[in-house]
Design a protein around this ligand. Sequence first.
Ligand code: MG
Ligand code: ZN
Length: 355
Amino acid sequence: MKIAPLFGLIFLAFQVPAEAQTKVAKPRNIILLIGDGMGVSQIYAGYTVSRGVLNLNQFKSIGFISTHSATDYITDSGAGGTALATGKKTYNGAIGVDADTIPVASILELAEDRNMSTGLVSTSAITHATPASFIAHQASRNNYEQIAADFLKTDIDVFIGGGYNHFAKRSDQVNLLNELRSKGYQVVTRSDSVPLITRGKLAALTAPEHHPSILQGRGNMLPEATSTAIRLLSQNRKGFFLMVEGSQIDWGGHANNADYVVSEMLDFDAAIGKALEFAMADGNTLVIVTADHETGGMSLVGGDLSNGSLTAKFTSADHTGVMVPVFAWGPGASSFQGIQDNTDIFEKMSQLLGL
Ligand code: MG
Ligand code: ZN
């Protein structure tokens, strides 16, 4: 019997319902790495310049997410971060609140409620939109000092990033570093001190505002902070949730500067390598790599994989509406295959952790 192609496809779809696939293993720990503004072009630019050598190459479970916000086809990092962190679509500029400005619990807060350890790492201010979406609840991403104060309202174990001024040089004259110390945090203000911390709670505010770019000499801050955070958080047998952000891939896109994009992409990939290294040795850790949106409408119009040269063009100085990839490795990784919404990342993470 001859089956029309379309009918054949429908028949197959009924034959293999998603639920019938093998039972999904559950991770104890999740490391979520967000490349701000990292679309497929940004990744392939890094791939080209590194002549095909990326830690990302090791991922087998790959999908795409849509990134639109509740109000706009093109999201900002507040709404994009909030969707990933809380599973709720919201308006551009929101931090951990829904479209009606009502606070919504984040994956980090839900993990804290279950006595898991939690952490945030970023090359921008730790109070900037992406990390803030996981811990703060503010109507505007510009409320940096209120966002800093929100860090004292949860029992987050480790945070490493810039934003010292939002904690220590505030308009209300309150020095939140003293409050952090009285809550048991080791407070560190130099990047080179971070790798020396071996246990306990850590608040590392290692830049007044944002860290410099890789091109301006940031060095290994991000991969080293990622390693330190994993070392501290993994001492909890109940598991941990860690979010690591490569913040400045986005800023390279806004600047339409391919060298800026590539150097930040490769630095972010080094942080991915630290997460994978731990996950491969541990066996109970799910590593997820995704983005909040693409930036710059970047396209690669020329290049050479043998010498790592690249010609890029940009169609925008802002974010774009294209889907961005999601890569997963470890127990539960297959859940992230296919086309999904950014809010699904939260749903799948919380389900896999049983939160
Ligand atoms: Mg960001
Ligand atoms: Zn941006």
